[in-house]
Design a protein around this ligand. Structure first.
Ligand code: GCO
Ligand code: MG
Length: 402
């Protein structure tokens, strides 16, 4: 029997920080998993290095589900982003290994294609409406069928989602950047630019918007109602998801579809949202919600309630997560959309990925496993450099949800 011989944790900063797990079997097969938790990277690296790696060595890499149960139930302490990200990395690496051993791409092990490709949305943004419209055009010309639109709120410095350089990267400072926020100004301005994008881009574009947890339930309800004529594909994270009854209130007022879940980590975290049909899209991901195995269970539960998938895919999720997501997205019956942000060239130099984009759709390639190789030597040229996500403060100086 092949056993796990070695598990190594790499922390590197090619373009941005990533934590990567590589498992090697006694037959010399390797598999990789993403373990990146933006702004809290080293806690997951330690969880893996200090607490999981000693448990992996000598075990059967083929028993993926048993490993998941062993790590999840065996911890006693359940759920949470650090634990679930560490378990995700192990699970993803074992699927990669299983694919390589079978000589098949992971999507074939998951049941094969349900679709020709995975529709993605990209991120258009602007410092004002005019700049946003130009950016939308640019993405349409690149072939994207779905675009998320965010613009800076005039007079308020801290709008979420506005790109500064070539790539949107909010974790950019060595201590958290404290940014001002005004809900009133956002609620006045955001509907105007979303209407402008709809007029500019035409009726067929799938138009998305991320509220990024910033509204109260009744504000979110009012916002959703005010943009109904724009026909958003979704409004994302309209209010924080700790109090999930909040979504019932939003639902009572608006038909704008709702997407939630990028910060949630397990099927238990999304169960009530799904079974009560309080959301339309579930945004949990391979890297933060227990790997391919657990995400598949979430997606199956969602399918029963006509909730579709819309996995998180910002640049802080490594190309390993993106590839794993695309393999899974290709197969599930209730796929909705996949978020996709192009990674920096330095990132792609370290993670050599077979994922390709054509006509606004991703495909994972036919290489056995996930089709991503980690170039350890290249990674060594990019040391880890601590970075934090920003913090939002209301105009009176009090802390708000970022
Ligand atoms: C998105 C997200 C991200 C997060 C980021 C935090 O919808 O893409 O909200 O941009 O802010 O992943 O690390
Ligand atoms: Mg988001």
């Amino acid at each position: 029997m092949s056993t796990i011989e070695r598990a190594e944790v790499f922390v590197a900063g090619p373009g941005r920080n990533f934590v990567t797990l590589r498992i090697t079997t006694s037959d010399g097969v390797t598999g990789i998993g993403d373990a990146t938790l933006n702004g809290r990277e080293l806690s997951v690296a330690s969880y893996l290095q200090d607490h999981l790696v000693p448990l992996l060595v000598g075990r059967d890499p083929a028993r993926i589900d048993d490993m998941w149960q062993y790590l999840y139930r065996g911890a006693y302490w359940r759920r949470g982003p650090v634990t679930m990200t560490a378990i995700s990395a192990v699970d993803t690496a074992l699927w990669d290994i299983k694919g390589k051993v079978a000589g098949l791409p992971v999507y074939q092990l998951l049941g094969g294609r349900s679709r020709d490709g995975v529709m993605v949305y990209s991120h258009a943004s602007g410092r004002d409406t005019a700049e946003l419209l130009d950016d939308v055009t640019r993405f349409q010309e690149l072939g994207y069928k779905a675009i998320r639109a965010q613009a800076a709120v005039p007079g308020v410095g801290g709008s979420y989602g506005v790109r500064k350089g070539a790539i949107y990267e909010p974790a950019a400072t060595s201590l958290p950047d404290e940014q001002p926020w005004s809900t009133e100004a956002y609620l006045r301005f955001a509907p105007t630019y979303l209407e402008a994008v709809r007029d500019h881009a035409g009726p067929e574009l799938h138009l998305l918007h991320d509220v990024h947890h910033r509204l109260t339930p009744i504000e979110a309800a009012a916002f959703g109602k005010s943009v109904e004529a724009v026909r958003l594909f979704w409004m994302e994270d309209p209010t924080p998801a700790e109090n999930q009854d909040a979504f019932r209130l939003i639902r009572q007022h608006t038909t704008t579809p709702i997407a939630v879940g990028e910060v949630l980590n397990s099927i238990w975290d999304v169960k009530d949202l799904i079974t009560n049909q309080l959301v339309d899209y579930v945004r949990t991901t391979v890297v933060h919600a227990g790997g391919i195995s657990h995400l598949r269970r979430i997606f199956d539960l969602a399918a029963l309630y006509q909730v579709r998938t819309g996995s998180h895919g910002a640049t802080d999720l490594s190309p390993v997560t993106l590839a794993a997501a695309v393999h899974l997205d290709l197969t599930v019956p209730n796929f909705g959309i996949q978020e996709y942000m192009e990674h920096a060239p330095e990132t792609m130099e370290v993670f050599r990925s077979g994922v390709t984009l054509a006509d606004g759709m991703l495909n994972p390639g036919e290489a056995p496993g996930l089709g991503v190789e980690y170039d350890e030597k290249a990674a060594a040229r990019y040391p880890y450099d601590p970075r934090y996500l920003p913090v939002a403060r209301r105009l009176d100086g009090s802390v708000h949800d970022w």
